[in-house]
Ligand binder design. Structure first.
Ligand SMILES: Nc1nc(=O)c2c([nH]1)NC[C@@H]1CN(c3ccc(C(=O)N[C@@H](CCC(=O)O)C(=O)O)cc3)C=[N+]21
Length: 293
């Protein structure tokens, strides 16, 4: 058996088309959503992702601005940039690209954001709403990567309700919020949130109908850990050494051998990363729509 490869590109394109219609409708009301990004330092991976976010925004006719601070920027500089975004009337939503260089308190910086402009869904208020919101429509932005994984599954016809999902990784941006999202009413998955201290990771993951790997450890999930036919979402993205073409190879958390066992597999690149970007734009468009009500 060889896994069906899930195309992040195709699914993101489908969502972009829907968002484009919503942006056009907003334009008819004289509302023009605008995205902003804050990046501190010049980590090449961050530069590549932030560039991608601006390209996507442009494609949808969403204006965007970027503030890039040098790696030596002080906490006061970062705070000032966030406060400027908060008070700018024309900015609908923004992201603080993570990780911030060492020395900055990420949690404190995320907390400075206006939660209504949080395009990543990572402000403690919005995470709190996710904890509280077991059912019904959430009026707050969802964390972009977890939302992207759920959309990718749903739009690929991968059933989640009643299924056993193993989320490997307990990080703030993916694992922890994904566990909450997957167990909401309407999604209805049963979740095991595994991590580096999980005793028998092989047996734990092998029970799962759906596996989400979000550890940043290349090749951590191997074929022997995957139940035949399971759907495997690879959220890991690690840059390998720069190759002869001058580009770094991107590697996921999932070993290529998994393709021989899994029923579905999201690739790296071309998988969840593209979903993250589009769900961030979803949060911006939704915030702009909210401002019209
Ligand atoms: N505040 C914040 N929000 C984030 O959403 C956030 C973050 N910080 N820090 C880092 C991670 C990582 N992340 C990715 C986004 C796009 C791709 C992506 O577009 N990947 C392409 C390839 C891009 C490339 O070539 O580098 C793909 O997988 O096909 C990957 C990873 C967002 N993150």
């Amino acid at each position: 058996m060889t896994a069906q490869i899930l195309s992040g590109k195709a699914i993101a394109a489908e969502i972009k088309a829907e968002l484009k219609d919503r942006v056009d409708a907003l334009g008819g009301l004289g509302v023009h959503p605008k995205m902003a990004t804050l990046q501190v330092g010049d980590d090449p991976a961050s530069v590549a992702y932030v560039n991608g976010k601006h390209r996507d925004a442009e494609e949808l006719g969403i204006e965007s601005v970027r503030v890039d601070l040098p790696s030596g920027a002080s906490t006061a500089d970062v705070r000032k940039a966030i406060e400027d975004f908060n008070s700018a009337r024309d900015i609908t939503g923004f992201i603080i690209q993570l990780p911030l260089p060492v020395g900055h308190n990420e949690e404190a910086m995320l907390e400075l954001m206006d939660p209504g402009k949080d395009a990543d869904g990572l402000h403690p208020f919005n995470l709190g709403k996710l904890v509280l919101g077991v059912s019904g429509q959430l009026e707050t932005p969802l964390p972009a990567t977890p939302h992207g994984v759920v959309q990718m599954a749903q739009r690929s016809g991968i059933e989640l309700a009643g299924k056993h999902v193993a989320v490997v990784g307990r990080g703030l941006t993916v694992g922890r919020p994904l566990g909450l999202l997957l167990t909401r009413r309407g999604v209805d998955a049963t979740v095991v949130l595994a991590h580096s201290q999980t005793r028998d990771l092989v047996a734990t993951v092998r029970e799962a109908d759906v596996v989400v790997a979000a550890t940043g450890r290349p090749g951590l999930v191997t074929a022997d850990m995957v139940k035949p036919g399971a759907a495997v979402f690879d959220v890991g993205i690690t840059r390998g050494p720069v190759g002869p073409n001058g580009k770094a190879k991107l590697v996921g958390d999932v070993d290529p051998g998994v393709a021989e066992v899994a029923g579905y597999l999201s690739p790296v690149p071309g998988g969840v990363g593209l979903m993250t970007r589009v769900m961030l734009l979803h949060n911006i468009v939704t915030a702009a729509e909210r401002s019209t009500r």
